[in-house]
Structure formats: C-alpha cells, structure tokens
Design a protein around this ligand. Structure first.
Ligand SMILES: [Zn+2]
Ligand SMILES: [Zn+2]
Length: 266
C-alpha cells in the first residue's frame, strides 16, 4: 500500500459549513498516526459575502493570527493556509482586487493593501480551487487550461485542489507538466472519490496523466468534520491501482512534504 502520512487540506468551523475545531482535527490526525496536517479553510465568497463597501478585516480574523498556533501539536506538524477560490478566467484568486478599508484597529487611512495580500501573508501555502464557476461559461479548453496555469503560477500556491471535480474541461497534460516544472503539486482529493461527488474515472485519468508527466501529488481528505481527517483509503487505493511511485507522493511523510514546501515556496 502507498504510505501517506500527511493530510494537506482540511476545514474547521471557520468555513461555516464545517464542524470541527483545529484541535479536534489535530487529534484525529494524531490518532491515525499522521505526521502532518494542513488546515486550509475557505477563502471564498462562500464564507463571507463579497463586501459591497470595501473589505473589513474583522471578517477574516481567522487568517490573521496564525502566529498563535503551535508548530507541533499532539505530535502532529501543523500547517496553516487556505483554500482560495479561482475567480476568473485569468486564474486570479479571491480577494486580489478588493482593497482593505478597515483593519481590526480601525479604518485604513490610505487604502493600498488588498484582502488577498492580508490573508495570504501568513499562510504557509495556498490551495487554488474552483467552486462556483460562472466565469467559465462558454470558455474554450485552451482558456481553461490557461486559467489553471495562471493560478498555479501564483507564488503562494503550492497545489491545485480537486481538479477532478472542478467541472472544467482543461488539458491535464499541460497543467501537470507545468506543476512538475514549478515543483508544485496536483491534489488527489478523497472527497472527490465517494458519494454524490464521485469523480472516480475522471480522477483516475488525472492521476494517470500526472504520473506520465512525472508530477508530484498531494493527498487530502478535504475533511469538513474531524472524523474524516486523515481518512484516505480511496486515495491510497487509487494511487496503488495506477502504480504511483512513492517518490512522487509529496505527502508520503512530513519530511518530504516540508522539503517540497521549502524548496518551492521558501
Ligand atoms: Zn474545495
Ligand atoms: Zn476544501
């Protein structure tokens, strides 16, 4: 069996449609002897409606006080980041065009900083994902491929999230090759492999093409409740069936993941 010891994409109560705390998720990872947990809440209009009168950072405090988090907790290496929505065909990520109008301490004298800058600053890494996609309507395969390529190029983005269920028709060979060249990752998402979201065949194809490109993958429960954290049975099975070599699984142990992270974003 493919050994996996990191879950790089999980949610907490901050995401509002998720139900566990950071510590509950950490404990769940520790129970399954996972070495590393990434907490990556949604940075998206799903959580706070798009501001009509300028950004108030009081709505995003979750992302602004990461320095209080321990690096190791219950024996698990803890990483903090976010899952940012791709919001247009140019591959921009949420908040890129939203100036901050009010900080925690009061109104901003001279607006300049964007919401994205404020939120990404202390993120260890960012996952770029597609959720709502009205902007993709009528777009060509070339355009959608470029969307993913542009998102991948953002200096804070370490991986593309659940590309198998984005609903976008894009060229996975081109995207996986770019990820390989940038030292970045394509995520294999457990949540895409069961229930109403089952994208099994599509996900298998994506994993096969990642292998052909020699691109590294990350593994993620995308848990929205602690009992799903670090549960990656279907992901393991898929990687096993495709014959994914351990050397290309960035999440096989914490040391490997941290090395990839430092080399690529450090
Ligand atoms: Zn997502
Ligand atoms: Zn997610």
């Amino acid at each position: 069996m493919v050994h996996i010891a990191c879950d790089t994409h999980t949610h907490t109560v901050f995401s509002r449609h998720a139900y566990s705390t950071v510590e509950e998720n950490v404990r769940a990872a520790a129970e399954l002897r996972f070495e590393l947990l990434g907490v990556t809440d949604h940075f998206s209009p799903m959580v706070c409606p798009e501001p009509q009168t300028g950004v108030d950072l009081r709505d995003y405090q979750h992302f602004l006080n990461f320095e209080t988090w321990p690096r190791m907790w219950h024996g698990v290496r803890l990483m903090h980041g976010c899952e940012a929505d791709i919001v247009d065909l140019d591959g921009h990520l949420y908040g890129w065009d939203m100036p901050v109008q009010r900080r925690l301490g009061g109104p901003v004298e001279e607006p300049g900083e964007t919401l994205q800058e404020a939120v990404f600053r202390d993120c260890d890494y960012v996952i770029a994902s597609v959720h709502g996609r009205p902007w993709a309507k009528g777009a060509s395969r070339e355009q959608l491929t470029r969307t993913y390529l542009r998102a991948l190029e953002h200096p804070k983005v370490l991986m593309l999230g659940h590309v198998g269920r984005s609903g976008l028709d894009f060229d996975i060979d081109e995207v996986a090759t770019a990820a390989r060249d940038l030292g970045k990752l394509i995520e294999v998402n457990e949540g895409s492999l069961y229930g109403r979201q089952d994208c099994g065949e599509r996900c298998r194809h994506i994993v096969e093409r990642c292998l052909a490109a020699g691109c590294m993958v990350s593994t993620a429960s995308d848990a929205h409740i602690s009992c799903d954290v670090a549960r990656l049975d279907r992901t393991r099975r898929l990687l096993e069936e495709v014959g994914y070599p351990a050397r290309l699984v960035a999440t096989r142990d914490a040391e490997t993941f941290l090395r990839v992270w430092e080399r690529t974003l450090g």
